[in-house]
Design a protein around this ligand. Structure first.
Ligand code: HEC
Ligand code: CU
Length: 309
């Protein structure tokens, strides 16, 4: 019999350790309480001849030390858990980005090379993978137990999450947020492949045009180019080199141009207006679907590379 869930991501080992730690502390507390109960119940049972003495004095030293000890232990657990949790949302810069669009009731996966798949995710082993996820309708939740990752996928915004698979194989993907009648069908396979197999998969799985190349076409089709490529009558910021850089906003704050920022710039342009520009960009919410949005974001992402070399 297998007691443990297979672990296939190096980033998940710490989660398992934390679980063991929590279990150990809980068992220790449980053991202490039950041991004391047992000892006192037997020792001071009805009719037992032991001396019950005078009532004990309240000792502040004792009260304070057990309170402080508990505080230290449980605060330590909190810090331990939150460091792991926070790290889950800080993907390394070299992570391979994959876009995930959830809808009732399927997972649509879009790779940078233009490969698309449904209810399956093919990824290379030993590579940090960053998922940029959104939903077309209700709240879903991307859950891969073997990687120890799980995150709600919300409509109208990007959620990111990362992990590093370290074992070749096929693992279950679940939607773990009840999302309607066919929620239980919203499952899939995560296929972790060797670098060669992955390269082979990329070439045989079509794609044709990369996401960025498709986004470039949409950039013209949706009329973004008219404002953003300059030459016209309106003044709009150039998007070259934007991705990943800090953007000064009109309210005096600074934002980092990540996927989420770019998404919001397109869907809710009024929410963050670039400093020294007029808020004239129209909102594309209800105009651009999630699939096209992913392509536009990938295109703007690709413009960052143009500037650097
Ligand atoms: C009517 C002209 C106009 C159109 C059309 C337009 N934009 Fe904009 N856009 C602007 C202006 C002006 C700004 C700067 C003010 C602001 O942030 O709203 C801007 C800001 C942005 C930003 C943030 C830039 C930065 O430096 O932080 C992004 C990203 C962006 N637009 C993408 C797009 C995309 C994608 C489209 C097409 C779907 C589009 N825009 C269509 C005028 C336009
Ligand atoms: Cu779902």
């Amino acid at each position: 019999m297998r007691l443990t869930l297979p672990l296939a991501a190096s980033t998940g080992a710490q989660t398992d350790l934390l679980l063991l730690g929590l279990l150990a502390v809980s068992l220790a507390v449980l053991g202490l309480v039950f041991w004391l109960m047992l000892v006192y119940a037997i020792r001071y049972r009805h009719n037992s001849p032991v001396d019950r003495g005078a009532l004990a004095e309240k000792s502040f030293r004792f009260e304070i030390s057990w309170t402080v000890a508990t505080l230290v232990i449980f605060f330590g657990l909190f810090i331990w858990g939150s460091t792991i949790y926070v790290r889950l949302y800080q993907p390394p810069a070299n992570a391979l980005k994959v876009y995930v669009v959830a809808k009732q009731w399927m997972w649509k996966i879009e790779h940078a090379g233009g490969q698309r798949e449904i209810n399956a995710l093919h990824i290379p082993v030993d590579t940090p993978i960053e998922l940029i996820m959104t939903s077309e309708d209700v709240i879903h939740d991307f859950f891969v137990p073997a990687f120890r990752v799980k995150r709600d996928v919300l409509p109208g915004q990007y959620e990111t999450m990362w992990f590093r698979p370290d074992r070749i194989g096929t693992y279950h993907l679940f939607c773990s947020q009840f999302c309607g009648t066919a929620h239980s069908n919203m499952i899939g396979d995560v296929v972790v492949m060797s670098a060669q197999d992955y390269a082979g998969w990329l070439t045989t799985s079509g794609g044709g045009k990369t996401l960025a190349a498709q986004g470039k076409g949409l950039f013209i089709r949706y009329g973004c180019a008219g404002c953003h490529l300059g030459g016209g009558t309106v003044r709009a910021p150039s998007l070259v080199g934007l991705y990943g850089s800090p953007v000064p906003l009109s309210d005096g704050s600074t934002a980092i141009a990540d996927d989420r920022y770019i998404r919001d710039s397109i869907m809710q342009p009024k929410s963050q207006v670039v400093a020294s520009y007029e808020p004239i960009m129209p909102s594309f919410a209800n105009v651009i679907g999630e699939d096209d949005l992913v392509r536009l974001v990938a295109y703007i992402h690709s413009l960052a590379a143009e500037k650097h070399g």
